[in-house]
Design a protein around this ligand. Structure first.
Ligand code: GLY
Length: 371
């Protein structure tokens, strides 16, 4: 089937299924799906970095359908998330994941002023994490983590670019670009693979060590980290026009495509033993979004490389990983949070559904950029 027709068919299935799923999950902040039901993090982990994806998913679906149930559910989710602002001391660098695709999307689509304020508060929390002498945005709390920058932060920078666009105050953008420049230098390896965590001297920015983070080991290649780099760097290019960011997005994309090209089903770590296969469908969904955005930025005869790789990822994951049973909450199965022992593996995770839907929205011609 032609790619566009395929995407339209998948979009129909997504919106039909999520119409049912939204009706039974209106009051939740889901993280993972267990026994066919999304869990709820309102009471257990209100500051979880994943708490924006349900609302974000609802906005993507609303943007592509105009179905009011998605708008209502997104608005409810945004209200539920306000409780996280009151846990300021538990917050972290993932304010973009939490508020840019919820409140930020609401403001973009409806002009809601309360949503504008929520996203602006969140942007200020993120900007406040910048280590001036070290030149990086601090990822996590905890004394021993003062020097940590992580690749995932690239996705949160969109919120800072937005804050500068809205206010005309460049300090948010300056922080975002300083962080992106540091990430190019310290996280991206010459072969296009990526270090998840870099521990810096907070006073000089000097690299003290690399840490395995959610990958298998130091020097391995955590696939979702690769995907954050692809999408994060092309977004930084879109928001700033700095051509080195597009070059990096392409370099990491080439590495990612080479690593998945056998079956287009991403493993959790591209440098892990074949016999122990933890898939991470979420990495494939994030990477597909980034590849589709790269395809829009490069000259005509380069576009197909990125677009086709995105389609292969999406189509392969649809055949092998998607669950279209409307009695089951999630669609995309086989997500893995991390390689290590304490992770959940090969299960549906909310950000898998979010990025899969966002990628399909792009494939049907949806032109709102949520980041
Ligand atoms: N941002 C954390 C993760 O990708 O698991």
């Amino acid at each position: 089937m032609e790619d566009r027709k395929w995407a339209e068919e998948i979009w129909k299935r997504l919106s039909a299924k999520f119409e049912k799923v939204a009706a039974r999950n209106e009051d939740k902040l889901p993280g993972i799906c267990i026994d066919g039901r999304y869990d709820d993090r309102r009471e257990t982990n209100i500051t979880s970095w994943t708490n924006g994806f349900w609302g974000g998913l609802m906005w993507v679906l609303y943007a592509g359908t105009d179905n009011e149930i998605f708008k209502r559910t997104a608005e409810r989710s945004e209200e539920l998330l306000d409780a996280a602002f009151l846990k300021y001391d538990w917050l972290h660098h993932d304010t973009g994941f939490m508020w840019h695709i919820t409140a930020g999307a609401d403001y973009k689509l409806t002009g809601n002023q309360s949503s504008y304020l929520r996203n602006m508060y969140a942007a200020n929390i993120l900007a406040g994490r910048y280590k001036i002498k070290g030149g990086y945005i601090r990822a996590w709390k905890g004394e021993e983590k003062e020097g940590y920058s992580i690749i995932d932060t690239m996705m949160n920078l969109a919120q800072l670019y937005w804050a500068s666009d809205m206010t005309g105050d460049n300090r948010y953008k300056d922080i975002a670009m300083a962080h992106a420049d540091m990430t190019m230098k310290c996280h991206i390896r010459p072969d296009g693979s990526v270090h998840h965590i870099v521990n810096h001297n907070p006073d000089t920015g000097e690299v003290i060590e690399y840490l395995a983070g959610q990958g298998m080991a130091v020097g391995s290649s955590w696939s979702r980290g690769q995907a954050w780099a692809i999408y994060g760097f092309v977004l930084s290019y879109i928001h700033t026009g700095k051509s080195e960011y597009l070059d990096v997005a392409k370099r990491v994309a080439h590495y990612f495509i080479a690593a998945v090209c056998e079956d287009y089903l991403p493993r959790c770590d591209f440098r892990s033993p074949e016999e122990l296969v933890y898939y991470d469908s979420t990495a494939g969904a994030v990477a597909a979004c980034g590849l589709l955005e790269i395809a829009k930025q490069v000259p005509e005869y380069e576009k197909e490389l990125y677009r086709r790789a995105a389609m292969r990822l999406l189509q392969s994951m649809e055949i092998n990983f998607c669950d279209w049973n409307q009695d089951v909450d999630a669609v995309l199965t086989m997500g893995t949070t991390a390689y290590g022992d304490n992770a959940v593996k090969n299960i549906p995770i909310i950000y898998g559904d979010y990025f899969f839907a966002e990628a399909i929205y792009k494939c049907i011609g949806g032109n709102i950029l949520f980041w």
